[in-house]
Design a protein. Structure first.
Length: 177
């Protein structure tokens, strides 16, 4: 069933709003996937605070043209076939990671490209982006790197105190004999 003009305007408005909130977007084609598989993909994306939206390329193009930051990408974003958009709302890498992991189990899913930091990324760049650790893991690594010298220093100081206690204990045991 064809969409009415009002429905199309509403969808373009929604796309413009989410462009302002998104950290990244990945374009995909899932024409040969079953409905249950698409629902499974939506669940995986939702866990990562990402949203899957299926839209017409024409409406997507209108929305990009209306967004002042993404307008320059209109010529670069040439996507063939049906278009689904996975928007990352908190983590830039989450939609790419979820789609690439989902693609491993569902070969019919095609990753077509994406947008990150107002720059178009080809499908190969999306695949390499998916290999990066997520925001939470990166934070944990930074905290670990910062905490490592401090914990090492604390262990050194504790070792000296422990050795002093052993020496005092041995002296007190020898003195008791």
């Amino acid at each position: 069933m064809a969409k009415t003009k009002k429905q199309k305007e509403k969808e373009v408005k929604w796309l413009c709003e989410i462009f302002g909130k998104m950290k990244s977007v990945v374009f995909a084609d899932f024409t040969n996937l079953k409905v249950s598989e698409i629902q499974d993909l939506r669940r995986h994306l939702k866990k990562e605070n990402a949203v899957l939206k299926v839209t017409k390329k024409k409406l997507f193009g209108i929305a990009i043209e209306q967004d002042k930051d993404l307008k320059v990408l209109k010529e670069e974003v040439k996507v063939e076939g049906p278009l689904s958009l996975a928007f990352g709302l908190e983590d830039e890498i989450a939609p790419a990671r979820v789609l690439v992991n989902f693609k491993k189990a569902h070969k019919d899913l095609k990753i077509l490209g994406g947008i990150l930091d107002k720059r178009f990324l080809a499908d190969t760049e999306i695949l390499s982006l998916a290999g990066l650790p997520g925001r939470g893991e990166m934070r944990a690594r930074v905290v670990g790197a910062i905490a490592a010298p401090v914990s090492g220093f604390a262990n050194v100081l504790a070792g000296n105190l422990r050795n002093l206690i052993y020496i005092l204990k041995n002296i007190s045991e020898k003195g008791a004999e």
